[in-house]
Every structure is written in structure tokens, then in C-alpha cells.
Design a protein around this ligand. Structure first.
Ligand code: PLP
Length: 386
């Protein structure tokens, strides 16, 4: 099957990889195997499917994992109960007390919090650096650096890192490059193909795609890493339920279509925001004057559905804009079919307050959904006071 999926296009993999009709019933759609345990044929006689206990493996989750591996072009995928559970397992596998992690200067607040408030207590140090500056990353490497943790585009300021260049910095340093591909999705960007060791997803976002499930994933082609991730996931039990696995699998089938539409709509929104008198800066890697535009164009298929912008009137004005939208729902998260607006400084990135990763108070982040773009633009313009 792996060979076969390797020849398929992205959309075909999304619908068929790991999703053969159920051999027992003929069900075309992978069933939700709501079971905690599996019969054994005599003590230790695990049946052909290899399933024993659902913390360890479950058929619905295995189908999701096969699909995610095929979409990211990796050999192995492991699904988790959340993106943060995946991050925790990745970081605790790749580091030991006394090690050091390099994190982007604009990383997801929860990843920063995990390193700063949890792993720091166990003796894992971290430092933040602008990942768009490859020489700065090289200079930040310490003898004990074991992980370079990269988001591209970053959350929430849409910064771009050259994944191929960071992969060679990591290889020279004897460190692993982990790419959080949540914003770009495997449809728009393939970090493993660019040299990353591990890809992380919050499947809560575009992969699930409908704001109805929380989940995460790690994808790698390195068998040893896969075994270690699998061991720790099983040891700590950070697994998604069969139903949650099924929701992500269902969402992933339409990822390509949705990402095209998210990108179309984001471009329309960006055109309306750029040059608007109440808007300061628009952060979108598709803009030719974005400092990472060339790198983004090289490593991404399109530029995605996330847009951030600063409100010229400052923080209070930004908070008012966020409270006036009617279609853009004021909520955390991103990547669903519906459009969302949020204030990173007080919401998703509040945990970075006072740190070098603090987000300017006048910045708002949009997750541009797949509604009619004309309605979305009209909603933003009325919220800006037009
Ligand atoms: N990575 C990024 C880029 C995110 O935006 C998020 C959540 O917002 C996470 C990781 C964490 O994922 P989860 O909320 O599924 O734990």
C-alpha cells in the first residue's frame, strides 16, 4: 500500500490512503472502532490486525495515521489527543535534562509555555531566535542543542523560515529539526521533503477542518524516532479516541479543496486590508513585500488562510474591531471552515506576556474561512468602521 500511495496525487491519498473498505462488513468508510480491548486467540495470541488495547493501537486511529503519513510524505505517523500532547511527546523524546531547544521568536504560545513552564523544571533549557535569520539560528546553537523547533508560517505574525536551510543547520549541529506544519498543512508544504526530521500538527486546525475535534500528530520517516514516540505515547497515554480519530480522518479528505478556498479568500481579505486607513501592517506571506515572500513561494504551494494585521489606532482600537465583527467569530483556534478573529496578545498568546515572544497589542489574527469572500470583506470593513 505504501508504494501505491506514493504514486497517488495528494487528493487521492487524502481519500484512499489507509482507508480501504472494511474487510469484514464492506463498509466504505472506516468504522469508528469504539472498543478499549481486542480478543486474543490464547494468551499472547494477538490477531493479525495487531491490536491488543486501544491506548496502544486502535484500527480507526491506525487508518488516520496511515493517511497522515501518506499526506506528509513520511513513513510513519502517530496521532495524539492534542497538538500539545504531540509536542510534549516529541520534546521529551528528543531531549534529556541538560539539553537545549531553539524556538522561533514568534512561536505558538502553548509551545513556549510547555518549554518555559514545564520542561524548564526538568532541566531542559530553551532560547528564542528569529528563525527567518539562518545565521542567527546557527549562532544560537549550543553544544547541548538537541532540537530546532520551527513554525513556518509562524503563529501569529506569519513569519517565514527557510526549512531546507534550517535542516542543514540542524544536521551540522547534530540536532533534530521539528516543523510545526499546522498553519501550512501538508497540502501547502512538505517539511520532510525539505529535510525536516519530524513534522508536528495540531489536527484540531486545518486537518480536522471543522472546529469539532482536538487532536495532534507527529510524522517522521525515521524508524528509531517512530519507535521512541510510540513508546512514550503509550507510556503516558496521550491518545485520541476512535471518534476523534475518525473526525480528523473525515476532515482530511477535503483538505486540498478547503486549502484552495482558504487561500483564495485570504487573498481577497488581504487586498481589502492593505492600504486601508485604519490598518497598519498586514502580515501575509503572499504579499510581495513580505520579507519571507520569496522563501514562502519556493517552499509553499500557496500562502494559506491565516492573516494578521495591526490596527492603526492601537490596542484599544484593535479590541473594538474584534468585538464588532459579525461573521468573523471572536474565538481562539483556527483552520475551520468558519472565519474566526482573535486578539493574540490577550487570547492565544497571553502566556507570552512579558517574554521576548510577546505579541504587539494592536495585532489581530484572522483565520479566514471558506464562506463567500465578499461577505467576509464586507464584515471586516464594517468592523473597521467604514
Ligand atoms: N501548534 C500551533 C501552530 C497551534 O496553533 C496550536 C494550537 O493553537 C498548537 C500547536 C497546539 O495544538 P492543540 O491546541 O491541538 O493542542
Amino acid at each position: 500500500m505504501a508504494d501505491e500511495t506514493g504514486r497517488w496525487g495528494f487528493e487521492t491519498r487524502a481519500i484512499h490512503a489507509g482507508q480501504r473498505p472494511d474487510p469484514r462488513t464492506g463498509s466504505v468508510i472506516v468504522p469508528i472502532y469504539a472498543t478499549s480491548t481486542f480478543i486474543q486467540d490464547g494468551v499472547g495470541g494477538v490477531r493479525d490486525g495487531g491490536h491488543e488495547y486501544s491506548r496502544t493501537t486502535n484500527p480507526t486511529r491506525s487508518a488516520l495515521e496511515e493517511a497522515l503519513a501518506a499526506l506528509e510524505g513520511g513513513r510513519y505517523a502517530l496521532a495524539f489527543a492534542s497538538g500539545m500532547a504531540a509536542a510534549d511527546v516529541a520534546l521529551r523524546t528528543l531531549t534529556r535534562p541538560g539539553d537545549h531547544v531553539i524556538l522561533g521568536g514568534d512561536a505558538y504560545g502553548g509551545t513556549f509555555r510547555l518549554l518555559d513552564k514545564v520542561l524548564a523544571l526538568w532541566g531542559v533549557a530553551h532560547s528564542s531566535v528569529d528563525l527567518s535569520d539562518v545565521e542567527a539560528v546557527r549562532a544560537a546553537v549550543r553544544p547541548n542543542t538537541k532540537v530546532i523547533w520551527c513554525e513556518s508560517p509562524t503563529n501569529p505574525l506569519l513569519g517565514i523560515a527557510d526549512i531546507g536551510a534550517l535542516a542543514s543547520v540542524a544536521a551540522t549541529a547534530g540536532a533534530r529539526l521539528v516543523v510545526d506544519n499546522t498553519f501550512a498543512t501538508p497540502y501547502l508544504q512538505s517539511p520532510l521533503g525539505l529535510g525536516a526530521d519530524v513534522v508536528l500538527h495540531s489536527t484540531t486546525k486545518y486537518l480536522g477542518g471543522h472546529s469539532d475535534v482536538v487532536g495532534g500528530a507527529l510524522i517522521t520517516s525515521n524508524e528509531h524516532l517512530r519507535e521512541e514516540f510510540f513508546f512514550l505515547r503509550n507510556a503516558v497515554g496521550a491518545v485520541p479516541s476512535p471518534f476523534d480519530s475518525w473526525l480528523v480522518l473525515r476532515g482530511a479528505k477535503t483538505l486540498a479543496l478547503r486549502m484552495e478556498r482558504h487561500s483564495d479568500n485570504a487573498e481577497r481579505v488581504v487586498r481589502a486590508l492593505v492600504g486601508h486607513p485604519k490598518v497598519g501592517k498586514v502580515y501575509y506571506p503572499g504579499l510581495p513585500d513580505h520579507p519571507g515572500h520569496e522563501v514562502a513561494a519556493k517552499q509553499m504551494r500557496r500562502f494559506g488562510g491565516m492573516v494578521s494585521f495591526s490596527v492603526a489606532g492601537g490596542e484599544q482600537a484593535a479590541l473594538e474591531v474584534a468585538s464588532r465583527t459579525k461573521l468573523f467569530i471572536l474565538a481562539e483556534s483556527l483552520g475551520g471552515i468558519e472565519s474566526l478573529i482573535e486578539h493574540p496578545g490577550k487570547m492565544t498568546h497571553a502566556s507570552t506576556t512579558g517574554s521576548p515572544l510577546q505579541v504587539p497589542g494592536n495585532v489581530l489574527r484572522l483565520s479566514v474561512g471558506i464562506e463567500d469572500a465578499t461577505d467576509l470583506v464586507a464584515d471586516l470593513l464594517q468592523a473597521l468602521g467604514d
